[in-house]
Design a binder for this molecule. Structure first.
Ligand code: KMH
Ligand code: ZN
Length: 275
């Protein structure tokens, strides 16, 4: 089995300081949290930017500042979000791609998202895919429902994405696929051979899905974007605390944890892209 890639999703677009007092919001805080997660064992950081008031933003300059500050501290793989918040427009969501990050997310379909709808029309998906392929950015295909795997394969057929694909199964979002283990097995059984995958379990599904992914040869995403608790009724003190737990469990289960350089090789990320 390949070494385990741990992604830290440290801020997200939905969580507030009121819910999680240790949520990193400013570029300095996000870069420092990314660094702490790197020290804990994360090889990828999934980033959502926030503006001065702490609201989600897809502003190029804010992502640029976070990227530069993070890269000054460590070589963790910087993976900005093109999902943003549900109300962000296509052009806003595109902004972080202009920084030529090594990786970025690509949500592979429309779904209910709590009380909202997360819109990803074919036009959006094709636009993101074409831009990522043009810029040699490794897409992480965000799958919230089974049909989204087929949407991603359509992008391959159209020549907009290259195989092998890397999937992130985001499970347990209210209104989309649940977070049971059989749901995970079902999704994994439908991706092409040679794909890599990770799982992001929302809320209380995070830990059981992560442990299964470690054993199944997948990879793991943890962090405040997905789950703010360490255990029932106890908030996590930091994103790094959640990463550290995954490292401990994986090592106990006999699976080593990948460094960022090892993760680049596993994911087929070629060369560092510069702005
Ligand atoms: N905040 C969600 C609406 C991504 O980062 O690409 C979308 C999201 C997916 O978080
Ligand atoms: Zn995200």
């Amino acid at each position: 089995m390949e070494k385990l890639i741990i992604t830290a999703a440290i801020t997200g677009a939905e969580v507030t300081r009121k819910e999680q007092p240790n949520l990193p919001l400013t570029p300095d805080e996000i870069a420092e949290e990314a660094y702490k997660c790197y020290l804990a064992g994360a090889s990828v950081v999934h980033v959502h930017a926030r503006d001065k008031d702490g609201n989600p933003t897809q502003d190029y300059n804010v992502y640029k500042e976070i990227k530069e500050k993070t890269e000054k501290k460590c070589n963790i793989i910087f993976q900005p979000s093109t999902g943003g918040a549900v109300w962000h427009k296509f052009e806003e969501r595109m902004q972080p791609l202009l920084l030529n990050p090594e990786m970025a997310t690509l949500s592979a379909g429309t779904c209910n998202f709590g009380e909202d709808i997360f819109v990803n029309s074919s036009e959006f998906m094709e636009g993101f895919a074409a831009e990522m392929t043009k810029r040699n950015i490794k897409p992480e295909i965000e799958v919230f429902e089974r049909g989204m795997i087929d949407n991603a394969l359509k992008l391959v057929k159209k020549g907009l994405l290259k195989m092998p694909l890397h999937f992130d199964f985001v499970m347990g979002v209210p209104g989309a696929i649940g977070g049971n283990i059989d749901d995970l097995v079902y999704l994994v059984s439908h991706i092409p051979q040679g794909s890599t995958w990770t799982v992001a379990g929302i809320g209380r599904t995070e830990l059981p899905l992560a442990v299964h992914a470690i054993l199944m040869g997948g990879n793991v995403r943890v962090g405040f974007e997905d789950n703010i608790y360490y255990k029932k009724g106890e908030l996590a003190v930091s994103n790094a605390q959640l990463v550290e737990r995954i490292v401990r469990i994986s090592e106990e289960l006999g699976r080593e944890v990948a460094t960022p350089e090892e993760a680049r090789k596993i994911l087929g990320i070629g060369g560092i892209n510069n702005d």
